[in-house]
Design a protein around this ligand. Structure first.
Ligand SMILES: Nc1ncnc2c1ncn2[C@@H]1O[C@H](COP(=O)(O)OP(=O)(O)O)[C@@H](O)[C@H]1O
Ligand SMILES: [Mg+2]
Length: 309
């Protein structure tokens, strides 16, 4: 008889994506339980969650947290100090991926195509004309360190820049203004510890103007198409770039990269998520299913990868 492995699922927490994380955590916990793991769910928003972790003494921690204090390297650092194994990327990769300005430095250095952008820190001067001369009139303004499209504004005309920039600065002191790239939006999951591989591409078709918060989480507000409706060469290119981005940031176990394939066929990397949504209907689990990996098997794979570290 094999000994039952104990998994602590860390969920909730303090980020703007708390609700999403509670969902991810509950579904991961249920899948692991049904697969025979001993599971303890811990809310990382509890004042004594570190004490709860210590008392649980898990074989491995499944970090089902998104955004700050979870996906950004802080919890990973805590678990390193506690000498606990955990699913997914380490401190540096998590922190780099969470900060879109830092990720774009790494992407550029690694020769990965990412849309042109202007980076602002709070207090920086900027002028609408200069920005639109550099990036075009239509841009996307986003806080550097949020997820789930929180604080993101599509700016159609330079006159709307100010409002978008103000909105982004409400969420972060570091803000990106990116050239808007019209095209097909798709995402590519990467799995595996020793020998990572890319999942099939998944095209997201939002009901709204872009893939905003509602599109991501309200059922029926977006459709998934697997593989994405782009050419075979473009699909392969996105899979190759997702693997390259995973390696460039130093990710481990799992990642999910977001892309746009533009009308002219060029491929653009937007960002890498180190803890993608993991409800059974989320993007990465959906792509895994298309590759023959059902949700419980996916959760088991991630846990076993971390145990082998
Ligand atoms: N440069 C861009 N061109 C067109 N659409 C974009 C661009 N950047 C972001 N978007 C839209 O905004 C959404 C959120 O942006 P993203 O960079 O993926 O941040 P996050 O998902 O972390 O909030 C994307 O899924 C896409 O729909
Ligand atoms: Mg995204």
């Amino acid at each position: 008889m094999t000994e039952t492995r104990k998994v602590a699922v860390l969920k909730g927490g303090r980020s703007a994506e708390r609700e999403v994380s509670l969902n991810t955590g509950a579904q991961v916990a249920e899948a692991l339980r049904s697969d025979g793991f001993g599971v303890v769910e811990i809310d990382a928003g509890d004042a004594d969650f570190i004490e709860q972790l210590r008392q649980t003494g898990p074989d491995v921690v499944f970090i089902a947290l998104h955004g700050r204090f979870g996906e950004d390297g802080t919890v990973q650092g805590l678990l390193e100090l506690l000498d606990m194994k955990y699913v997914g990327s380490g401190v540096l990769a998590s922190a780099l991926a969470m900060d879109k300005a830092m990720s774009k430095h790494v992407f550029t250095q690694a020769g990965l195509p990412t849309p042109p952008y202007v980076h602002l820190r709070s207090g920086d001067e900027w002028d609408a004309e200069g920005i639109s001369a550099e990036l075009g009139a239509k841009t996307v303004v986003k806080p550097a360190s949020e997820g789930s499209a929180i604080g993101v504004t599509i700016v159609h005309d330079p006159s709307e820049l100010e409002r978008g920039i103000e909105e982004a600065f409400r969420h972060d002191s570091s803000v990106l203004i990116e050239a808007f790239v019209p095209g097909v939006e798709l995402t590519v999951g990467v799995l595996g510890t020793d020998d990572p591989f890319a999942l099939p591409t998944l095209e997201v078709v939002p009901e709204h103007e872009f893939y905003d918060y509602d599109s991501k989480y309200v059922p029926g507000m977006s459709t998934h198409v697997i593989p994405a409706r782009v050419t075979d060469a473009q699909n392969l290119e996105c899979q190759r770039l997702a693997l390259d981005a995973h390696h460039a940031l130093g990710c481990r176990g799992v990642s999910r990269s977001d892309f746009i394939v533009a009308g002219d066929g060029s491929v653009w990397l937007l960002e890498v998520n180190t803890i993608p949504g993991m409800t059974s209907t989320s993007l990465l689990p959906d792509a895994a299913r298309a590759a023959g990996i059902e949700f419980p098997a996916l959760c088991r794979m991630l846990v076993e990868g971390a145990l082998e570290e």
